[in-house]
Design a protein around this ligand. Structure first.
Ligand code: HEM
Length: 476
């Protein structure tokens, strides 16, 4: 009998042990979709997004639902991330769970082999080539040429004509892009690339229909011609056996582990891709820099003083800028960083979940788009106090990790960021030491095309100073 009691006691003890274990092991909570609204069937919230400033759309949503919320735009369910850690999760630590995603029409226009449409081995290989052609060692050699391009661009603006600053900055950024891709390119090729690229650019954001005469179909034709021109350039370079260190040189010299070179269309798509990535981005930021400097006279004077000291030490501009000088323009550099933050010209980016992904108790279903919202993070008062105020001095202290991502983050982060900053520094150096400008009109709005730029591209008049110092012209 005591044995029976002992047995019952033992069984009860075992049962109670396991049942208490079971209770302690919290039942796993099922991950939920993030909060948010999906709008109407099919169209979702696309109309709300496009009927207002997209940044206001995202800001309102963030206020209502928090830093992680769902919506449905452009035919796709999306999860928006306005939180630095969540953006880092998608772009850096778990980047393999999220692939780049672009509309097919855009891929066709740029070229499907361009690196930013890919991930994995192909992307890594191409990215190394692009990165080495844009490394500090490579771009420091471009300084005198970038200076020449900047000065001759600004001289062409210096007349009584009002110019569209953004359009002119696009031309400047394209010339610098050509320089980094091809080095010194024969004028006939440069002109044809410019002309055809301009047609591609106009069609890129138009409605994708192949109906003859539409901007899109013209752009597709021009894109085909661009491939032919690139093929002629490649042929000439091969004939001359030139071993250049520019991007084209890197792409042509590449061999994989099996000795396989890149196909010509892979080279062409990546060249067009880099020119595309380099142009409107840099031009928009340059336009904002010109506006912010124009609007803050005290700041402009301080930037002028910084740049004039360098100009004087270079024998009043008779010697070219050195790499070390471009690395030592602290105030101008902070103006660029603050312009990048304020304008946040790449407001967000897109990825697509390749499997169901769980993040902080939320599920991001496979196939859903994920959008890290750079602008919301850059305008969060917790990270950037008084975020609407243009204040370069905030960059005297480095921002908190993952809160400042004007060039993205992780495996697809911008490989052109040093070149972009270098060309902006060079242009500002010559702008403030040799030229003056006045913004025309009182418009203060923002246009999205798709990057935000001041309304009408910032109409402005530029003029050249006749002497560096005391002849500031009666208009300044
Ligand atoms: C101020 C100017 C620029 C800004 C703000 C900018 C911003 C960005 C951002 C945010 C990304 C990442 C996009 C993503 O993660 O989806 C990116 C990627 C890229 N950028 Fe830039 N960019 C600028 C200038 C340039 C320039 C001058 C070049 C080349 C000469 C360039 C080439 C590229 C390329 C090739 C990629 C794709 C990288 C990859 O997928 O691995 N960018 N850029």
């Amino acid at each position: 009998m005591p044995n029976t009691f002992a047995l019952i006691f033992l069984i009860l003890a075992i049962l109670s042990y396991f049942s208490s274990k079971k209770q302690k092991r919290k039942p796993k909570q099922k991950a939920m979709l993030p909060p948010g609204s999906m709008g109407w069937p099919y169209i979702g919230e696309t109309l709300q997004l496009y009927s207002q400033n997209p940044n206001e759309f995202f800001a309102k949503k963030q206020k209502r639902y928090g830093e992680i919320f769902k919506t449905h735009i452009l035919g796709c369910p999306c999860v928006m991330l306005a939180n630095p850690e969540a953006a880092r999760f998608v772009l850096v630590t778990q980047a393999h769970l999220f692939k780049p995603t672009y509309p097919k029409s855009k891929e066709k226009m740029i070229g499907p082999s361009a690196l930013f449409f890919h991930q994995g081995d192909y992307h890594t290989r191409l990215r190394k080539l692009v990165q080495s052609s844009l490394s500090p060692e490579a771009i420091r050699k471009l300084i005198p040429d970038i200076e020449d391009i900047a000065i001759s661009a600004m001289e062409s603006w210096a007349s009584d004509q009002v110019i569209n600053t953004f359009n002119e900055m696009k031309k400047f950024a394209f010339e610098v892009g050509i320089l980094s891709v091809f080095g010194h390119l024969d004028g006939k090729y440069r002109e044809e690339l410019k002309e055809k690229y301009c047609i591609v650019d106009k069609g890129y954001n138009s409605f994708p229909t192949n109906f003859p005469g539409t901007a899109y179909s013209k752009a597709i034709m021009a894109r085909k011609r661009l491939t032919q021109v690139l093929s002629e350039i490649i042929c000439e370079r091969k004939e001359k056996r030139l071993l250049e260190k520019d991007l084209l040189g890197h792409l042509l010299n590449f061999k994989d582990e099996r000795g396989q070179a890149l196909a010509e269309d892979q080279i062409a798509d990546n060249i067009i891709g880099v020119l595309f990535a380099a142009q409107d981005t840099t031009a928009s930021v340059l336009t904002w820099v010109v506006k912010y400097l124009h609007d803050d006279k005290k700041l402009l004077e301080a930037v002028k003083a910084e740049q004039t000291a360098i100009h004087e030490s270079n024998d009043r501009g008779n010697r070219p800028l050195t790499w070390a000088q471009t690395r030592n323009m602290p105030l101008t550099h902070r103006v660029i960083l603050e312009s990048l933050r304020m304008a946040s010209i790449i407001s967000f980016t897109f990825r697509e979940a390749v499997i169901d992904v769980e993040y902080e108790g939320y599920i991001i279903p496979k196939g859903w788009k994920v959008m890290p919202l750079f602008r919301n993070i850059h305008h969060n008062p917790e990270f950037f106090p008084d975020p609407k105020h243009f204040d370069p001095s905030r960059f005297e202290v480095a921002p908190k990790p993952s809160t400042f991502m004007p060039f993205g983050n992780g495996v697809h982060a911008c490989p052109g960021n040093e070149l972009a900053k270098l060309e902006i520094l060079i242009l500002v150096h010559h702008l403030v030491t040799k030229f003056r400008w006045e913004v025309v009109g009182s418009q203060s709005g923002v246009e999205y095309g798709p990057f935000p730029v001041p309304q009408q591209g910032l109409p402005a008049k530029f003029w050249k100073l006749s002497a560096p110092k005391n002849c500031e012209s009666s208009r300044s």
